[in-house]
Write a protein that binds this ligand. Structure first.
Ligand SMILES: Cc1cc2nc3c(=O)[nH]c(=O)nc-3n(C[C@H](O)[C@H](O)[C@H](O)COP(=O)(O)OP(=O)(O)OC[C@H]3O[C@@H](n4cnc5c(N)ncnc54)[C@H](O)[C@@H]3O)c2cc1C
Length: 558
């Protein structure tokens, strides 16, 4: 495994693969498919199957295809590119504003990116910072690319899709207070986090200023500690996806909505044949040929890569986890909490259960989201099918799946606890963060699906569950897909760079033509250095990037 792949993925010793801890954490939701079955025209005696040939095909119109497609279109404007989306609009699955938490993950406040290091006596010594540094560097790449797109008029006014919010890490109770303090000490020392401030348990007035809802009505005997970074953002990834795809279309990219990829096979001439079917009335099939296919199908990426028959995907399975958000639309409450607050979950809990109280702007509307309350599903996409998990189960992934599930029974227990949690139980969870939460202000809405990766642990050969993201490439780089879900949309630019380097890095033009263009788009990027691996970063460099991107995206600290 290359260092890039390693760093894009969670390690085998990720907390999720460790036994013994119990989880806390929601409810089943019902999603209505937006697509309807059509008719195979050849079978029904309708029009013959269409044949098309392009240079690049992108499966799915989420944030990942949007980013890879737009970047490739800028690098090679003459290439013909088609993007197929089964739903009626781009960015309606996990990338939709209400289906994710909209956090610009920069590692400022997410407790699950810093692992505890204990002293011999079991006390907390420090926390690791390698993952959090990488996540931060990846988001700096995203900010730079979005700055470039905004300045060149390819993205609309930033207010439509990104907002500044302070990112606060919260610890409640003695152990978590200690964790937040050690986390602060370890992170503050790094140039990437030198703007981090701390609010100690005794600094009550400061705490009220930072996050009044967290403080009001709290038991004074319960200590809290917070850190804050002013460079945090809230991103409406659904709007951003739509805007990137509009830019892709303006450059000549061809988006086909209501069009589902049903099959993909490698042809004898080395090209891919991607079979599509239009959903709905007047439905038709088409055979689309391309030299390169990007599988940005979100939770369905595994099913698509399996159809492609590439051996690189053998042994992989997905574990879909979904959930609900609690949403507050009362403007009086929303205006008191223009911050994002993350706190550690139960020991060993997976990222899905790290609760957070988030200020959001979605489609121009300001709300608070709390959650997610986890839940189980058999669907790999919110508008997927209950047969998804069965379809993905193959002889080569049965053992890793059984191994990963048996090692993570506590995750199932946590999810079941959440499924059966009463409204009072959920209110109790909200009040752990916001003690004066009024139940009348909160309603529950479904979140998206995260299809977490199950695969063979390369060290032990046993099945493991991982919360990272993996770029899987096959057939000499002619097909590439993205598995996994975390940190997610925030990393779309680093992922796009990784895809382009992996699949086109050997192209004669890459160093002479593509690399200089990419350097203009993302100045901190360099060929041969994995995206998000900025070397020798100094506080001045970091300040420079925040100043430039902050001014362009209107997200400078307030
Ligand atoms: C609860 C939750 C909270 C999250 N919070 C955050 C967060 O705070 N910050 C963050 O950065 N990330 C977050 N994420 C992760 C983030 O939302 C995802 O990583 C990201 O949106 C995935 O984008 P994508 O383009 O890969 O997939 P998607 O957005 O799911 O897009 C895939 C698209 O492919 C289409 N498709 C699939 N199969 C086919 C086919 N066969 N033919 C045609 N079209 C097809 C789908 O309809 C869909 O539109 C969160 C996710 C969840 C579920």
């Amino acid at each position: 495994m290359s260092s890039l792949e390693k760093r894009l993925s969670a390690a085998a010793d990720d907390s999720i693969n460790q036994l013994g801890e119990s989880f806390k954490g929601s409810s089943m939701r019902v999603a209505k498919p937006k697509t309807s079955p059509g008719c195979f025209s050849a079978i029904c005696g309708g029009t013959p199957i269409k044949e098309r040939e392009v240079d690049v095909i992108l499966i799915g119109a989420g944030i990942m295809s949007a980013t890879v497609g737009l970047m490739l279109k800028e690098l090679e404007p003459q290439w013909a590119m088609m993007m197929f989306e089964r739903l009626g609009a781009p960015g309606e699955e996990s990338s939709n504003g209400f289906n994710n938490a909209g956090t610009g993950h920069a590692g400022f406040m997410e407790p699950n990116y810093t692992k505890e290091v204990k002293n011999a006596d079991g006390s907390l010594k420090t926390v690791t910072t390698d993952k959090v540094e990488h996540v931060c560097e990846q988001f700096l790449s995203s900010r730079q690319y979005w700055e470039y797109l905004t300045k060149t008029g390819k993205l609309p006014a930033p207010e439509a899709w990104i907002h500044q919010t302070n990112h606060i890490a919260l610890g409640v109770g003695k152990d978590q207070v200690e964790f937040i303090k050690k986390r602060y000490e370890a992170m503050k020392a790094h140039p990437l986090f030198h703007t981090m401030e701390i609010c100690l348990p005794e600094e009550t007035e400061k705490a009220k200023q930072w996050a009044p809802l967290i403080v009001a009505g709290r038991d004074p005997k319960e200590p809290i500690c917070m850190t804050r970074v002013p460079h945090g953002t809230d991103v409406d990834y659904g709007e951003l996806t739509k805007s990137k795809i509009t830019a892709f279309q303006h450059l000549g990219g061809d988006l086909r909505l209501h069009t589902e990829v049903k099959d993909l096979k490698k042809n004898n001439d080395g090209k891919w044949v991607v079979t599509t079917k239009v959903n709905g009335a007047g439905s038709g099939w088409a055979r689309n040929k391309a030299k390169f296919v990007f599988v940005g199908a979100g939770g369905w990426a595994l099913l698509m890569l399996q159809k492609a028959g590439i051996p690189e995907v053998n042994g992989y399975m997905a574990l879909p986890v979904t959930g609900d958000w609690a949403i507050c639309q009362n403007p009086e409450v929303v205006h008191q909490h223009r911050v994002k607050v993350y706190a550690p979950g139960a020991p060993g809990a997976p990222p899905m259960s790290m609760p957070h109280l988030d200020y959001r702007t979605i489609g121009g509307k300001e709300v608070l989201l709390f959650g997610p309350f986890g839940s189980m599903t058999m669907k790999f996409l919110r508008y997927g099918s209950v047969t998804d998990a069965f379809k993905a189960l193959k002889p080569h992934n049965i053992l890793p799946t059984m191994g990963a599930l048996s090692r993570n029974m506590s995750l199932a227990v946590m999810l079941m606890k959440d499924v059966f949690k009463s409204s009072m139980g959920k209110l109790h969870d909200i009040r752990h963060y916001y003690p004066e939460a009024d139940p009348d202000d909160w309603v529950f809405i479904p979140a998206g699906v995260r299809a977490q990766i199950i695969k063979k642990d390369p060290k032990t050969g046993k099945g493991m569950l991982q919360f990272g993201t993996e770029v899987v490439t096959g057939a000499n780089g002619s097909i590439c897909g993205l598995l996994g879900a975390s940190p997610g949309a925030s990393t779309c630019v680093s992922i796009a760079l990784a895809v382009i380097e992996k699949c086109f890095g050997d192209k004669p033009d890459f160093k002479t033509k593509w690399a200089p263009k990419l350097k203009v788009m993302i100045p901190s990027w360099s060929p041969d250095v994995a995206a998000g691996d900025m070397k020798k970063v100094t506080p001045d460099i970091v300040n420079g990037i925040y100043k430039s991107t902050g001014d362009a995206l209107h997200v400078s600290p307030k």
